[in-house]
Design a protein around this ligand. Structure first.
Ligand SMILES: NC(=O)c1ccc[n+]([C@@H]2O[C@H](COP(=O)([O-])OP(=O)(O)OC[C@H]3O[C@@H](n4cnc5c(N)ncnc54)[C@H](O)[C@@H]3O)[C@@H](O)[C@H]2O)c1
Ligand SMILES: [Zn+2]
Length: 376
Protein backbone atom coordinates (compact mmCIF):
# COMPACT_ATOMS: atom_id res chain seq x y z
CA UNK A 1 0.00 0.00 0.00
CA UNK A 2 0.97 3.54 -0.63
CA UNK A 3 2.31 4.90 2.64
CA UNK A 4 2.55 8.60 1.96
CA UNK A 5 1.29 10.32 5.10
CA UNK A 6 -1.30 13.08 4.95
CA UNK A 7 0.12 16.56 5.39
CA UNK A 8 -1.04 18.55 8.40
CA UNK A 9 -2.30 21.22 6.00
CA UNK A 10 -4.96 18.82 4.78
CA UNK A 11 -8.66 19.41 5.42
CA UNK A 12 -11.57 17.00 5.41
CA UNK A 13 -15.17 17.99 4.74
CA UNK A 14 -17.76 15.26 5.15
CA UNK A 15 -21.01 15.50 3.20
CA UNK A 16 -23.52 13.77 5.49
CA UNK A 17 -26.08 12.43 3.03
CA UNK A 18 -26.98 9.19 4.82
CA UNK A 19 -26.28 6.23 2.53
CA UNK A 20 -24.79 8.60 0.01
CA UNK A 21 -22.41 10.33 2.49
CA UNK A 22 -18.89 11.00 1.26
CA UNK A 23 -15.61 12.70 2.11
CA UNK A 24 -13.98 15.65 0.40
CA UNK A 25 -10.24 15.77 1.02
CA UNK A 26 -8.49 19.06 0.31
CA UNK A 27 -4.75 19.55 0.41
CA UNK A 28 -1.39 19.23 -1.31
CA UNK A 29 -0.15 16.00 -2.86
CA UNK A 30 -3.53 14.26 -3.03
CA UNK A 31 -3.07 12.88 -6.55
CA UNK A 32 -0.06 10.92 -5.33
CA UNK A 33 -2.23 9.48 -2.56
CA UNK A 34 -5.40 8.96 -4.62
CA UNK A 35 -4.91 5.21 -5.03
CA UNK A 36 -4.55 4.65 -1.30
CA UNK A 37 -7.54 6.85 -0.47
CA UNK A 38 -9.73 5.09 -3.02
CA UNK A 39 -8.57 1.61 -2.00
CA UNK A 40 -9.52 2.19 1.64
CA UNK A 41 -13.04 3.28 0.65
CA UNK A 42 -14.05 1.17 -2.36
CA UNK A 43 -13.98 -2.60 -2.67
CA UNK A 44 -13.37 -2.78 -6.43
CA UNK A 45 -9.93 -3.03 -7.94
CA UNK A 46 -10.61 -1.60 -11.38
CA UNK A 47 -10.95 2.01 -12.50
CA UNK A 48 -11.64 4.01 -15.65
CA UNK A 49 -10.08 7.47 -15.60
CA UNK A 50 -11.65 10.16 -17.78
CA UNK A 51 -9.68 13.36 -18.34
CA UNK A 52 -8.97 16.08 -20.92
CA UNK A 53 -6.06 16.96 -23.14
CA UNK A 54 -4.81 19.82 -20.92
CA UNK A 55 -4.89 17.85 -17.69
CA UNK A 56 -3.67 14.47 -19.00
CA UNK A 57 -0.05 15.45 -19.82
CA UNK A 58 0.32 17.03 -16.39
CA UNK A 59 -1.39 14.63 -13.98
CA UNK A 60 -2.59 11.42 -15.61
CA UNK A 61 0.64 9.45 -15.12
CA UNK A 62 0.86 10.40 -11.46
CA UNK A 63 -2.74 9.31 -10.87
CA UNK A 64 -2.30 6.04 -12.76
CA UNK A 65 0.89 5.25 -10.82
CA UNK A 66 -0.82 5.93 -7.52
CA UNK A 67 -3.75 3.65 -8.46
CA UNK A 68 -1.37 0.91 -9.52
CA UNK A 69 0.62 1.18 -6.27
CA UNK A 70 -2.66 0.61 -4.41
CA UNK A 71 -3.50 -2.46 -6.50
CA UNK A 72 -6.09 -0.75 -8.70
CA UNK A 73 -5.87 -1.52 -12.40
CA UNK A 74 -6.89 1.44 -14.55
CA UNK A 75 -7.46 2.51 -18.12
CA UNK A 76 -7.91 6.06 -19.35
CA UNK A 77 -9.74 8.15 -21.90
CA UNK A 78 -8.45 11.61 -22.87
CA UNK A 79 -11.09 13.96 -24.32
CA UNK A 80 -10.80 17.38 -25.94
CA UNK A 81 -10.84 20.28 -23.44
CA UNK A 82 -13.75 22.71 -23.36
CA UNK A 83 -17.49 23.07 -22.86
CA UNK A 84 -18.34 21.37 -26.19
CA UNK A 85 -17.15 18.07 -24.70
CA UNK A 86 -20.29 17.98 -22.51
CA UNK A 87 -22.22 16.39 -25.39
CA UNK A 88 -24.21 13.26 -26.25
CA UNK A 89 -21.38 12.23 -28.55
CA UNK A 90 -18.77 12.23 -25.81
CA UNK A 91 -21.20 10.69 -23.33
CA UNK A 92 -21.38 7.64 -25.61
CA UNK A 93 -17.59 7.57 -25.76
CA UNK A 94 -17.27 7.71 -21.96
CA UNK A 95 -19.91 5.00 -21.38
CA UNK A 96 -18.15 2.80 -23.90
CA UNK A 97 -14.76 3.35 -22.25
CA UNK A 98 -16.19 2.49 -18.83
CA UNK A 99 -17.72 -0.73 -20.16
CA UNK A 100 -14.59 -1.64 -22.12
CA UNK A 101 -12.61 -1.23 -18.89
CA UNK A 102 -15.03 -3.78 -17.36
CA UNK A 103 -15.83 -1.43 -14.51
CA UNK A 104 -18.46 -3.04 -12.31
CA UNK A 105 -20.60 -1.57 -9.59
CA UNK A 106 -17.94 -1.53 -6.85
CA UNK A 107 -15.18 -0.35 -9.16
CA UNK A 108 -14.59 3.32 -9.81
CA UNK A 109 -15.08 5.79 -12.59
CA UNK A 110 -12.68 8.64 -11.92
CA UNK A 111 -13.08 12.18 -13.29
CA UNK A 112 -9.69 13.91 -13.48
CA UNK A 113 -10.26 17.48 -14.68
CA UNK A 114 -12.42 20.57 -14.40
CA UNK A 115 -16.19 20.84 -14.26
CA UNK A 116 -16.63 19.75 -17.87
CA UNK A 117 -14.97 16.38 -17.27
CA UNK A 118 -16.65 16.05 -13.85
CA UNK A 119 -20.19 16.72 -15.14
CA UNK A 120 -19.83 14.42 -18.16
CA UNK A 121 -18.09 11.60 -16.30
CA UNK A 122 -20.50 11.78 -13.37
CA UNK A 123 -23.42 11.44 -15.77
CA UNK A 124 -21.85 8.35 -17.37
CA UNK A 125 -21.14 6.88 -13.91
CA UNK A 126 -24.78 7.49 -12.98
CA UNK A 127 -26.20 5.58 -15.93
CA UNK A 128 -23.72 2.80 -16.78
CA UNK A 129 -25.01 -0.39 -15.10
CA UNK A 130 -27.64 1.91 -13.50
CA UNK A 131 -24.93 3.54 -11.45
CA UNK A 132 -21.31 2.75 -10.61
CA UNK A 133 -18.96 4.27 -8.04
CA UNK A 134 -17.69 7.69 -8.92
CA UNK A 135 -14.61 9.55 -7.70
CA UNK A 136 -14.02 13.22 -8.46
CA UNK A 137 -10.45 14.48 -8.76
CA UNK A 138 -11.26 18.11 -9.60
CA UNK A 139 -8.36 20.10 -11.05
CA UNK A 140 -9.78 23.60 -11.61
CA UNK A 141 -10.65 25.96 -8.75
CA UNK A 142 -14.26 26.08 -9.96
CA UNK A 143 -14.58 22.32 -9.88
CA UNK A 144 -12.88 22.06 -6.46
CA UNK A 145 -15.22 24.56 -4.81
CA UNK A 146 -18.41 23.94 -6.73
CA UNK A 147 -19.08 21.37 -9.44
CA UNK A 148 -17.40 18.31 -7.85
CA UNK A 149 -19.63 18.57 -4.78
CA UNK A 150 -23.37 18.00 -4.74
CA UNK A 151 -24.06 15.32 -7.32
CA UNK A 152 -25.41 17.35 -10.24
CA UNK A 153 -24.14 15.80 -13.45
CA UNK A 154 -25.04 16.29 -17.08
CA UNK A 155 -24.40 17.48 -20.60
CA UNK A 156 -25.49 20.34 -22.86
CA UNK A 157 -27.90 20.02 -25.78
CA UNK A 158 -28.87 22.36 -28.60
CA UNK A 159 -31.72 23.50 -26.33
CA UNK A 160 -29.33 24.79 -23.70
CA UNK A 161 -26.78 24.02 -20.99
CA UNK A 162 -27.05 21.14 -18.51
CA UNK A 163 -30.48 20.08 -19.78
CA UNK A 164 -29.84 16.32 -19.74
CA UNK A 165 -28.36 14.66 -16.68
CA UNK A 166 -28.92 12.87 -13.38
CA UNK A 167 -28.23 13.41 -9.71
CA UNK A 168 -25.37 11.05 -8.88
CA UNK A 169 -23.31 11.81 -5.79
CA UNK A 170 -19.60 10.96 -5.86
CA UNK A 171 -18.18 8.44 -3.37
CA UNK A 172 -15.10 10.56 -2.76
CA UNK A 173 -13.71 13.95 -3.82
CA UNK A 174 -9.95 14.52 -3.85
CA UNK A 175 -9.13 18.21 -4.32
CA UNK A 176 -5.35 18.47 -4.73
CA UNK A 177 -4.52 22.11 -4.04
CA UNK A 178 -1.14 21.87 -5.82
CA UNK A 179 -2.62 21.22 -9.26
CA UNK A 180 -4.13 24.70 -9.27
CA UNK A 181 -0.62 26.06 -9.84
CA UNK A 182 -0.87 25.11 -13.51
CA UNK A 183 -4.32 26.61 -14.02
CA UNK A 184 -4.33 29.86 -16.01
CA UNK A 185 -4.77 33.02 -13.93
CA UNK A 186 -7.98 33.75 -15.74
CA UNK A 187 -9.49 30.34 -14.90
CA UNK A 188 -8.31 30.67 -11.30
CA UNK A 189 -10.01 34.06 -10.98
CA UNK A 190 -13.19 32.68 -12.54
CA UNK A 191 -13.28 29.94 -9.89
CA UNK A 192 -12.64 32.58 -7.23
CA UNK A 193 -15.93 34.28 -8.14
CA UNK A 194 -17.73 31.15 -6.87
CA UNK A 195 -15.64 31.22 -3.66
CA UNK A 196 -16.70 34.83 -3.03
CA UNK A 197 -20.28 33.80 -3.80
CA UNK A 198 -20.45 31.60 -0.67
CA UNK A 199 -19.55 34.63 1.45
CA UNK A 200 -22.16 36.74 -0.28
CA UNK A 201 -24.91 34.12 0.12
CA UNK A 202 -24.83 33.82 3.91
CA UNK A 203 -21.28 34.11 5.29
CA UNK A 204 -20.39 37.78 5.74
CA UNK A 205 -17.37 36.90 7.91
CA UNK A 206 -15.98 34.69 5.15
CA UNK A 207 -16.42 37.52 2.63
CA UNK A 208 -14.55 39.89 4.97
CA UNK A 209 -11.81 37.24 5.40
CA UNK A 210 -11.48 37.02 1.62
CA UNK A 211 -11.18 40.80 1.35
CA UNK A 212 -8.14 40.60 3.66
CA UNK A 213 -6.63 37.30 2.53
CA UNK A 214 -7.36 36.97 -1.19
CA UNK A 215 -3.71 37.43 -2.17
CA UNK A 216 -2.71 34.39 -0.12
CA UNK A 217 -5.56 32.41 -1.66
CA UNK A 218 -4.20 33.25 -5.10
CA UNK A 219 -0.59 32.50 -4.22
CA UNK A 220 -1.30 29.09 -2.66
CA UNK A 221 -0.53 27.62 0.73
CA UNK A 222 -2.76 27.37 3.81
CA UNK A 223 -5.11 30.26 2.89
CA UNK A 224 -5.93 28.59 -0.41
CA UNK A 225 -6.75 25.30 1.31
CA UNK A 226 -8.80 27.20 3.89
CA UNK A 227 -10.82 28.97 1.20
CA UNK A 228 -11.50 25.74 -0.70
CA UNK A 229 -12.50 23.91 2.48
CA UNK A 230 -14.82 26.73 3.58
CA UNK A 231 -16.41 26.72 0.12
CA UNK A 232 -16.91 22.94 0.12
CA UNK A 233 -18.39 23.14 3.61
CA UNK A 234 -20.78 25.88 2.49
CA UNK A 235 -21.83 23.91 -0.58
CA UNK A 236 -22.20 20.72 1.46
CA UNK A 237 -24.48 22.51 3.95
CA UNK A 238 -26.77 23.72 1.18
CA UNK A 239 -26.81 20.34 -0.60
CA UNK A 240 -27.57 18.45 2.61
CA UNK A 241 -30.45 20.83 3.35
CA UNK A 242 -31.92 20.44 -0.15
CA UNK A 243 -30.23 17.71 -2.22
CA UNK A 244 -32.56 17.98 -5.23
CA UNK A 245 -33.08 21.74 -5.33
CA UNK A 246 -36.65 22.04 -4.21
CA UNK A 247 -35.90 25.22 -2.26
CA UNK A 248 -32.80 26.71 -0.59
CA UNK A 249 -30.28 25.11 -2.99
CA UNK A 250 -31.40 27.83 -5.41
CA UNK A 251 -29.33 30.29 -3.33
CA UNK A 252 -26.26 28.83 -5.04
CA UNK A 253 -27.53 30.64 -8.12
CA UNK A 254 -26.71 34.07 -6.71
CA UNK A 255 -25.47 36.14 -9.66
CA UNK A 256 -26.26 33.31 -12.06
CA UNK A 257 -29.49 34.65 -13.61
CA UNK A 258 -27.68 37.70 -14.97
CA UNK A 259 -24.52 35.63 -15.50
CA UNK A 260 -26.24 32.97 -17.62
CA UNK A 261 -27.92 35.67 -19.73
CA UNK A 262 -24.49 37.19 -20.42
CA UNK A 263 -23.03 33.77 -21.26
CA UNK A 264 -25.88 33.20 -23.72
CA UNK A 265 -25.44 36.72 -25.13
CA UNK A 266 -21.78 35.96 -25.85
CA UNK A 267 -22.71 32.57 -27.38
CA UNK A 268 -20.66 30.75 -24.69
CA UNK A 269 -17.52 32.05 -26.39
CA UNK A 270 -14.87 31.56 -23.70
CA UNK A 271 -12.60 34.10 -25.38
CA UNK A 272 -15.14 36.75 -24.38
CA UNK A 273 -16.58 35.40 -21.14
CA UNK A 274 -16.15 32.30 -18.99
CA UNK A 275 -18.78 31.19 -16.49
CA UNK A 276 -17.14 32.60 -13.36
CA UNK A 277 -16.67 35.99 -15.03
CA UNK A 278 -20.38 36.04 -15.86
CA UNK A 279 -21.10 35.18 -12.22
CA UNK A 280 -18.84 38.02 -11.06
CA UNK A 281 -20.71 40.60 -13.16
CA UNK A 282 -23.99 38.90 -12.21
CA UNK A 283 -23.30 39.17 -8.46
CA UNK A 284 -22.59 42.89 -8.75
CA UNK A 285 -25.82 43.30 -10.76
CA UNK A 286 -27.79 41.27 -8.19
CA UNK A 287 -26.56 43.58 -5.41
CA UNK A 288 -27.25 46.71 -7.45
CA UNK A 289 -30.69 45.44 -8.41
CA UNK A 290 -31.44 44.71 -4.74
CA UNK A 291 -30.38 48.26 -3.88
CA UNK A 292 -32.64 49.61 -6.64
CA UNK A 293 -35.54 47.72 -5.07
CA UNK A 294 -34.61 49.32 -1.71
CA UNK A 295 -33.79 45.94 -0.23
CA UNK A 296 -30.10 46.63 0.38
CA UNK A 297 -27.72 49.55 0.64
CA UNK A 298 -25.92 50.71 -2.53
CA UNK A 299 -22.75 50.65 -0.40
CA UNK A 300 -22.92 46.86 -0.30
CA UNK A 301 -23.00 46.69 -4.10
CA UNK A 302 -19.97 49.01 -4.17
CA UNK A 303 -18.15 46.80 -1.66
CA UNK A 304 -18.82 43.66 -3.75
CA UNK A 305 -17.68 45.39 -6.90
CA UNK A 306 -14.52 46.76 -5.28
CA UNK A 307 -13.43 43.34 -4.08
CA UNK A 308 -14.12 41.50 -7.34
CA UNK A 309 -12.40 44.25 -9.31
CA UNK A 310 -9.40 44.15 -6.98
CA UNK A 311 -8.81 40.46 -7.71
CA UNK A 312 -9.03 41.23 -11.44
CA UNK A 313 -12.52 39.99 -12.27
CA UNK A 314 -14.84 41.85 -14.66
CA UNK A 315 -17.69 43.55 -12.79
CA UNK A 316 -19.56 45.49 -15.49
CA UNK A 317 -21.29 44.45 -18.68
CA UNK A 318 -19.01 46.93 -20.42
CA UNK A 319 -15.98 44.89 -19.30
CA UNK A 320 -16.96 42.12 -21.75
CA UNK A 321 -15.06 42.52 -25.03
CA UNK A 322 -17.23 43.05 -28.12
CA UNK A 323 -20.81 44.20 -28.55
CA UNK A 324 -23.60 42.95 -26.32
CA UNK A 325 -27.17 42.66 -27.61
CA UNK A 326 -29.71 45.23 -26.30
CA UNK A 327 -31.36 44.93 -22.88
CA UNK A 328 -34.50 43.38 -24.42
CA UNK A 329 -32.50 40.45 -25.78
CA UNK A 330 -30.77 39.94 -22.42
CA UNK A 331 -34.22 39.99 -20.85
CA UNK A 332 -35.41 37.27 -23.25
CA UNK A 333 -32.44 35.13 -22.21
CA UNK A 334 -33.37 35.63 -18.55
CA UNK A 335 -36.99 34.73 -19.22
CA UNK A 336 -35.89 31.59 -21.06
CA UNK A 337 -33.58 30.57 -18.23
CA UNK A 338 -36.36 30.99 -15.67
CA UNK A 339 -39.95 30.03 -15.33
CA UNK A 340 -41.87 33.27 -15.69
CA UNK A 341 -45.18 33.07 -13.84
CA UNK A 342 -47.57 35.84 -14.88
CA UNK A 343 -44.80 38.36 -15.43
CA UNK A 344 -42.97 37.44 -12.19
CA UNK A 345 -39.50 35.94 -11.95
CA UNK A 346 -37.66 33.96 -9.29
CA UNK A 347 -34.43 35.74 -8.43
CA UNK A 348 -31.74 35.55 -5.77
CA UNK A 349 -31.75 38.96 -4.13
CA UNK A 350 -30.03 40.27 -1.01
CA UNK A 351 -30.54 42.44 2.05
CA UNK A 352 -26.77 43.02 2.19
CA UNK A 353 -23.43 41.20 2.31
CA UNK A 354 -24.14 37.58 3.29
CA UNK A 355 -27.91 38.11 3.43
CA UNK A 356 -29.18 36.59 0.21
CA UNK A 357 -32.66 35.18 -0.20
CA UNK A 358 -34.88 33.58 -2.82
CA UNK A 359 -37.48 36.05 -4.14
CA UNK A 360 -40.14 34.51 -6.35
CA UNK A 361 -42.19 37.55 -7.19
CA UNK A 362 -39.81 39.87 -9.02
CA UNK A 363 -41.69 41.75 -11.78
CA UNK A 364 -39.92 41.20 -15.10
CA UNK A 365 -40.67 44.84 -15.99
CA UNK A 366 -38.40 45.92 -13.09
CA UNK A 367 -35.61 43.69 -14.36
CA UNK A 368 -35.93 45.11 -17.85
CA UNK A 369 -35.81 48.74 -16.75
CA UNK A 370 -32.81 47.97 -14.54
CA UNK A 371 -31.01 46.33 -17.48
CA UNK A 372 -31.80 49.32 -19.71
CA UNK A 373 -30.26 51.59 -17.12
CA UNK A 374 -27.12 49.46 -16.87
CA UNK A 375 -26.81 48.79 -20.58
CA UNK A 376 -28.38 51.68 -22.46
N1 LIG B 1 -22.31 20.05 -11.43
C1 LIG B 1 -22.38 21.23 -10.86
O1 LIG B 1 -22.96 21.40 -9.78
C2 LIG B 1 -21.72 22.39 -11.53
C3 LIG B 1 -21.53 23.57 -10.82
C4 LIG B 1 -20.86 24.61 -11.45
C5 LIG B 1 -20.38 24.45 -12.74
N2 LIG B 1 -20.59 23.29 -13.41
C6 LIG B 1 -20.07 23.08 -14.77
O2 LIG B 1 -18.65 23.13 -14.72
C7 LIG B 1 -18.15 23.50 -16.00
C8 LIG B 1 -17.06 24.52 -15.85
O3 LIG B 1 -16.02 23.95 -15.09
P1 LIG B 1 -14.51 24.49 -15.23
O4 LIG B 1 -14.51 25.95 -15.06
O5 LIG B 1 -13.66 23.65 -14.36
O6 LIG B 1 -14.23 24.25 -16.78
P2 LIG B 1 -13.29 23.22 -17.56
O7 LIG B 1 -13.49 21.85 -17.13
O8 LIG B 1 -13.50 23.54 -18.99
O9 LIG B 1 -11.83 23.69 -17.14
C9 LIG B 1 -11.35 24.96 -17.51
C10 LIG B 1 -10.07 24.86 -18.33
O10 LIG B 1 -8.98 24.59 -17.44
C11 LIG B 1 -8.25 23.44 -17.88
N3 LIG B 1 -7.70 22.84 -16.67
C12 LIG B 1 -8.39 22.21 -15.67
N4 LIG B 1 -7.57 21.92 -14.67
C13 LIG B 1 -6.34 22.36 -15.01
C14 LIG B 1 -5.07 22.36 -14.35
N5 LIG B 1 -4.91 21.90 -13.11
N6 LIG B 1 -4.02 22.87 -15.02
C15 LIG B 1 -4.17 23.40 -16.27
N7 LIG B 1 -5.34 23.45 -16.93
C16 LIG B 1 -6.41 22.92 -16.30
C17 LIG B 1 -9.25 22.62 -18.64
O11 LIG B 1 -8.62 21.77 -19.56
C18 LIG B 1 -10.06 23.71 -19.35
O12 LIG B 1 -9.39 24.14 -20.49
C19 LIG B 1 -19.36 24.01 -16.79
O13 LIG B 1 -19.72 23.05 -17.73
C20 LIG B 1 -20.44 24.16 -15.75
O14 LIG B 1 -21.75 23.94 -16.28
C21 LIG B 1 -21.24 22.26 -12.82
ZN1 LIG C 1 -21.55 28.85 -11.11
Amino acid sequence: MNAITPSSAERLVRVPLGERAYDILIGPGLIARAGAEIATRLKGRRAAVITDENVAPRYLDALTASLEAAGIQSSSLVLPAGEKTKSFEHLIEVCDAVLTARVERNDAVIALGGGVIGDLTGFAAGIVRRGVRFVQVPTSLLSQVDSSVGGKTGINTRHGKNLVGVFHQPDLVLADSDVLNTLSEREFRAGYAEVAKYGLIDKPDFFAWLESNWKDVFSGGPARIEAIAASCQAKSDVVVADERENGPRALLNLGHTFGHALEAATAYDSRRLVHGEGVSIGMVLAHEFSARLNLASPDDAKRVETHLKTVGLPTRMGDIPGELPPAEVLMDAIAQDKKVKSGKLTFILTHGIGQSFVADDVPSSEVLSFLKEKHP
